[in-house]
Design a protein around this ligand. Structure first.
Ligand SMILES: [Fe+2]
Length: 306
């Protein structure tokens, strides 16, 4: 049995004491959005209750599919790193970036590098060296944990105002295909982590993964066993067709810190139990959601999986 939890989009940073000089760009719009409504919705106390709930399970691993920050400021990466360190006391943790981590072009060294222990590949065959130049993160990452291969891709890239699209660059797409084709991963349960929903047409145009069709094509030929994403701030279960195997479950989680001012957007997390019998994996998934009136998380329902 291998147990892991998926949460996403915690948007945990506070943006207090941000100098105005840091906001003379797209970040000003993001700051106004945080000040006028996002700070009321994304609450640290909700996130703390979620972590308390996680502690009730015997977890082997936790995955966080991006958007830990609001504006991708270096000081937010520092704040999020402290939170990741606290998560790691509950279970081993893997994180990937979301679009808020690349709100505007910013130095890799000043931002994502601070989270290196939480995404760096641990497989020598596929290890990506930390870049010496700015802005190119070490993705795809491959982290082998028990029977699971966690494969993280970065769909985070800076976008113009009013857009929150994502893209997997061509180098990364090629490296991902190489990982998925590798015989080294035979026998592992492959979990793909991506911030943006990977199925074409599954989210609004301004929030889409622009090369979802290319990714879907690769995955149809070289399937994984499960895809986890965030970004939409809603719970979703979909299936991605493949050429030979069963369809791949694609599961999206809402924001882990969402109070739920907007109905249907309340914080949730998903707990996965993976059993291996002989050479066959059996996966079950349970959804837990936040109840504001009781200020606690509770079991919601099992998720339908093949
Ligand atoms: Fe996002």
């Amino acid at each position: 049995m291998f147990n892991f939890a998926h949460l996403s989009d915690p948007h945990l940073t506070t943006l207090k004491q941000i100098p105005w000089s840091a906001l003379i760009n797209k970040r000003l719009m993001g700051y106004i959005s945080w000040k006028t409504h996002r700070r009321a919705e994304h609450r640290r106390e909700v996130l703390d209750l979620l972590l308390s709930s996680l502690q009730e399970h015997h977890l082997d691993h936790i995955v966080v599919t991006g958007d830990l920050t609001h504006l991708g400021l270096p000081q937010e990466f520092k704040e999020a790193r402290q939170w990741l360190d606290s998560l790691n006391s509950i279970a081993d943790t893997t994180v990937i970036p979301g679009n808020h981590e690349t709100y505007i072009p910013t130095s890799y060294q000043a931002t994502l590098k601070q989270w290196t222990p939480y995404f760096q590949s641990d497989s020598q065959e596929f290890i990506k060296q930390a870049p010496s130049e700015k802005d190119t993160p070490c993705f795809p990452s491959l982290r082998l944990r028990g029977p699971v291969a966690f494969i993280g891709v970065s769909s985070a890239c800076p976008t113009p105002p009013f857009l929150a699209t994502g893209r997997i660059d061509s180098k990364q797409m090629g490296d991902l295909e190489q990982i998925l084709r590798s015989p080294s991963l035979n026998g592992f349960f492959k979990v793909l982590l991506i911030h943006h929903p990977p199925i074409p047409g599954s989210t609004r145009w301004r929030k889409r993964l622009t090369n979802a069709a290319q990714l879907s094509h690769i995955l149809s030929q070289h399937p994984v066993d499960l895809i986890l994403h965030g970004h939409t701030h809603q719970c979703s279960v979909a299936f991605l067709d493949t050429l030979k195997n069963d369809p791949i479950p694609v599961i999206g989680m809402p924001s882990a810190s969402a109070k739920g001012i907007k109905p249907g957007y309340q914080s949730q997390y998903c707990l996965f139990h993976l059993n291996q019998e002989n050479h066959t994996f059996r996966l079950s998934a349970s959804l837990y959601h936040y109840i504001p009136e009781k200020e606690q998380f509770t079991f919601s329902r099992p998720l339908p999986l093949p």
